[in-house]
Design a binder for this molecule. Structure first.
Ligand code: MD6
Ligand code: FE
Length: 218
């Protein structure tokens, strides 16, 4: 059964659900009731698996700081991109996937038409002003039949929603604290990125944006 959706705030018209493409939808404010719990869990994860700036196979240090939780974490270094059951920085397994992350991912996926999604991994991105994520596809997961659930927390950002080809001109989609994007199906391999984060102050996160991408990686 679907829980009632809370309006974003008193001066808003409530949830903004925006179809992005086949199998892809922005669920406006879907994570809003959980925002503080999610941020507490992020702090907990980061205490055990610190945010770090990974290096791409091409040798570039990423401006976005990242960490992971769950059975496997997405990592990149000079040898390539992969999911690793251990944090290369600590040598230990990644922190467990918080229950609140897994529950939210299942509910959001179901709301978007993907019943029975069970995430086993979460990449946590932290953006400071000036940071951006260039257009890419998420293709290190084992089975593209599973969708990805993406949660925005803190400062607003502009999501770049591209097409099947890198050269397709991306659509600009505003993402705010509490927004959830679910995508899978025919859109699963769409190119996407995040435009340069603008400076600002968020009452909950200060001067950063966090993004959780919940996946079935294994
Ligand atoms: C971000 N998100 O919003 C970056 N990837 O900070 C992603 O790269 C992403 O939001 C796959 C699925 C959903 C996403
Ligand atoms: Fe991505």
């Amino acid at each position: 059964m679907m829980a009632a959706r809370l309006p974003v705030d008193l001066f808003d018209d409530g949830p903004r659900d925006v179809p992005l493409g086949p199998g892809a939808v922005l669920l406006g404010g879907f994570a809003l009731p959980l925002g503080e719990a999610l941020l507490a869990a992020v702090a907990d994860v980061a205490a055990r698996a610190p945010f770090r700036h990974m290096v791409t196979p091409g040798g570039w240090r990423m401006s976005v700081a990242m960490t992971n939780c769950g059975a496997a974490g997405w990592v990149t270094d000079r040898s390539g991109y992969r999911y690793d059951p251990r944090d290369p920085e600590t040598g230990r397994p990644w922190p467990a996937l918080p229950r609140a992350f897994a529950d939210l991912a299942a509910r959001a996926a179901a709301a978007a038409g993907f019943p029975s999604f069970a995430a086993d991994a979460c990449l946590v991105n932290r953006y400071a002003p000036g940071n951006r994520l260039s257009l890419h596809q998420d293709r290190n997961e084992r089975d593209f039949a599973h969708p990805i659930v993406s949660v925005s927390l803190g400062l607003p950002a502009t999501f770049l929603w591209g097409g099947e080809r890198r050269a397709d001109r991306p659509r600009r989609v505003p993402l705010r604290h509490g927004d959830v994007v679910v995508w899978g199906g025919a859109s699963r391999l769409a190119f996407h990125g995040v435009d340069t984060l603008r400076a600002g102050t968020d009452a909950r996160t200060g001067d950063v944006r966090y993004n959780l991408t919940l996946r079935r990686a294994l």
